[in-house]
Design a protein around this ligand. Structure first.
Ligand SMILES: Cc1cc2nc3c(=O)[nH]c(=O)nc-3n(C[C@H](O)[C@H](O)[C@H](O)COP(=O)(O)OP(=O)(O)OC[C@H]3O[C@@H](n4cnc5c(N)ncnc54)[C@H](O)[C@@H]3O)c2cc1C
Length: 323
């Protein structure tokens, strides 16, 4: 049976949607062991969040390794490498987040293994599918040559269903790897939480552009109504209407949610590059010739200030009927 090592930089009280989905992918491929920098719990750590179908064991360091407030600890790659030497897996998988990609890239170098990031699927024989060239091509790639070590791959969110829970908590084994970060934190201050999901992991994204003219009230209401993340075009982030981290596109983040609602965005090629692999694209724009309509599954030609209130009213009516 294929051995699959799944890497999470840390596990908190609840798995993130992307972590949970990754375990669904892994369970379909073979026998799954998770290696993680840290588990939840003070003193006595717990693997309860990893009580998921297919997970047979958990490996950690002798101390928690890595921290959300520090730069990625090089010991994370050591930990994954030690786990790989223990298990000799055919596949090492991680979520497609920057910290995870960093640690897995360093691991691939240590193991002289091949690395494929941003995959949408992986087979048990080590072939990975991904979309490339700004979402215009699907490719299937396989690492060959070299010492043909394990395939190291990161998988994009929103590419699998949530996994089934398991009755039993997996056993935790400590490996002799300790934290090594030489960085000292001088000051830390949490930013106010929006309560919205992370943009790159959200299953629904409401994105806005110049058309909102700096007034975010309606797009924020729609995002809250749908439990969506807020994204934006470069014009909107350059204008300072929202932080640059919300920029979707060629020089921003790439998102692939199940539903992407584009509001007052023209759909320039640089914007499309970051969102055109979304499951369903809904575009609201007052210009019927806006390029965004070329890739939209559903388009509404109209003024967003009229369309959005009607859209939210309809959503509430449908919910009330179903309740
Ligand atoms: C190297 C490079 C990298 C870039 N990277 C990115 C990137 O990562 N992401 C990105 O987004 N852009 C990027 N851009 C910029 C990109 O080319 C466009 O300029 C930008 O996406 C346009 O933003 P916009 O659609 O908000 O604005 P506009 O192109 O001005 O479009 C605004 C749209 O809103 C519509 N509108 C106006 N009022 C309303 C209303 N009341 N109701 C409904 N619709 C309305 C208009 O019809 C129009 O289609 C990049 C450009 C370059 C050169």
């Amino acid at each position: 049976m294929t051995q699959v090592l799944v890497y999470f930089d840390r596990v908190e009280a609840h798995l993130t949607p992307a972590q949970a989905e990754l375990l669904t992918h892994a369970d379909a491929l073979g026998e799954v062991v998770v290696v993680t920098g840290s588990l939840p719990g003070e003193g006595q750590s717990s693997a309860a969040p990893l009580a998921v179908k297919g997970v047979t064991g958990v490996l950690t360091g002798s101390d928690p390794v890595g921290s959300p407030i520090l730069p990625p600890d090089p010991a994370l790659a050591e930990l994954i490498t030690a786990a790989a030497k223990e298990l000799d897996p055919e596949l090492i998988l991680g979520t497609d987040t920057p910290d995870s990609v960093d640690a897995l890239a360093a691991t691939a170098v240590k193991l002289e293994a091949g690395l494929i990031t941003g995959a949408t699927g992986v087979t048990a024989s080590g072939a990975a599918t991904k979309t490339v060239l700004a979402g215009t091509w699907h490719t299937t790639a396989q690492i060959s040559g070299g010492n043909a070590g394990p395939l190291v791959a990161t998988l994009r969110p929103n590419t699998a269903s949530q996994p089934e829970p398991a009755a039993k908590e997996p056993e935790v084994v400590e490996l002799p790897v300790a934290a090594s970060s030489a960085v000292q934190v001088l000051k830390q201050q949490p930013l106010p939480k929006s309560g919205r999901p992370a943009l790159t992991e959200a299953s629904t994204v409401v994105a806005f552009g110049r058309g909102v003219e700096g007034d975010l009230a309606l797009v924020e209401q729609l995002a809250d109504e749908l439990g969506a993340a807020l994204g934006a075009s470069r014009v909107a982030t350059d204008a300072g209407w929202i932080d640059h981290s919300a920029q979707v596109g060629q020089t921003g983040v790439t998102v692939s949610p199940q539903l992407y609602i584009s509001v007052g965005i023209s759909g320039a090629v640089q914007q499309k590059a970051g969102m055109q692999t979304s499951g369903i694209i809904v575009a609201i724009n007052k210009d019927e010739d806006a390029p965004v309509f070329e890739i939209a599954d559903f388009g509404v030609v109209g003024d967003l200030n009229e369309v959005l209130p009607q859209l939210m009213e309809s959503i509430r009516e449908i919910r009330a009927c179903k309740a």
